[in-house]
Design a protein around this ligand. Structure first.
Ligand SMILES: C[S@@+](CC[C@H](N)C(=O)[O-])C[C@H]1O[C@@H](n2cnc3c(N)ncnc32)[C@H](O)[C@@H]1O
Length: 274
């Protein structure tokens, strides 16, 4: 099997990424999800067995494992064979009966049933039509969405430079005071699905399927993705049918640096239905 690329999971005798990398289960990234879920589902693992979770674009299954350890019936959906092989290896090693992985495009979410909790971590900003997908999520979620995602800014002069930003970007990196935000080389401010945001290039159009399948963290089936402005993302969450939306910041610290939210334009949003 190829080496694990992101999720260090404790398997008992060994960890998927060895001893020098923090375990996902010990990180604030996971603990922030867990603490939030416990606000809504404060029961014991036995009680949690009455509820279901879906982990969208689950990579190597680390978050799915932690949900299953909390007692939830958990399904991880992942499109790439390399990643799903690792998920299934983890499942086999842990022997958790309430954990399953399916190889599929997350756009087919509805084929896998309804879920009480949806985890959409590092996935929304890999989609071309994020608002349509938020609608799918909302229709398919009984209660809670935990969304960890990038968003775009309304004002960012670098993205108004167009192709010139490719020249500016390395220069900016060398002069520290200029480099306060990661440069994702997004496009100009525009509208998609009626909401404002910027396009992000995932890979060159026409890249072979075989090559794309080896980009283990990238989009699948779309060479560019739309990053909504944060305000538009919040609005869209209400528009698709969630009753409450708020931002959760417990994840900052350890794996994530203090300036993580501002530097990466990325945060954790919680949306739920009454
Ligand atoms: C940036 S990684 C995030 C992984 C994991 N959720 C995390 O936060 O650590 C994006 C993951 O989503 C998967 N992915 C991207 N587009 C997908 C799609 N349309 N359907 C299913 N999985 C997808 C990728 O293969 C990758 O595993």
């Amino acid at each position: 099997m190829n080496p694990f690329t992101g999720h260090n999971i404790a398997l008992g005798k060994e960890n998927t990424m060895g001893d020098s990398v923090m375990l996902l289960g010990d990180s604030n990234l996971w603990k922030s999800v867990k603490k939030t879920v416990e606000l809504f589902y404060p029961g014991s693992p036995k009680e949690n067995a009455n509820y279901s979770v879906v982990d969208l674009g689950c990579l190597e299954g680390g978050y799915s494992v932690e949900f299953a350890r909390m007692g939830f019936n958990t399904t991880g959906i992942e499109v790439r064979q390399d990643n799903i092989d690792k998920c299934n290896y983890v499942k086999q090693q842990l022997g958790l009966d309430n954990l399953k992985f399916v190889k599929d495009d997350v756009r087919n979410l509805k084929n896998h049933g309804r879920f009480d909790i949806t985890l959409c971590y590092g996935l929304l900003y890999h989609l071309e039509n994020p608002v349509a997908y938020l609608k799918t999520i909302c229709e398919n979620t009984n209660k809670l969405l935990v969304l960890h995602t990038h968003y775009a800014n309304e004002h960012d002069f670098r993205y108004s430079l167009g192709a010139l930003n490719n020249l500016y970007s390395p220069f900016e990196k060398r002069i520290k005071p200029l480099y306060t935000k990661r440069n994702y080389k997004l496009g100009r401010l525009t509208t998609n699905e009626g909401y404002r945001g910027r396009w992000y290039k995932e890979w060159n159009a026409g890249t072979s399927e075989n090559k794309v399948s080896k980009m283990l963290w990238a989009s699948h089936g779309n060479d560019k993705s739309f990053w909504l402005l944060k305000r538009d993302l919040m609005k869209a969450l209400y528009a698709v049918g969630f009753d409450h939306v708020f931002e959760q910041a417990n994840f900052i610290g350890d794996l994530a640096a203090d300036n993580y939210i501002e530097y990466n334009d990325r945060s954790m949003i919680i949306a739920f239905k009454k």
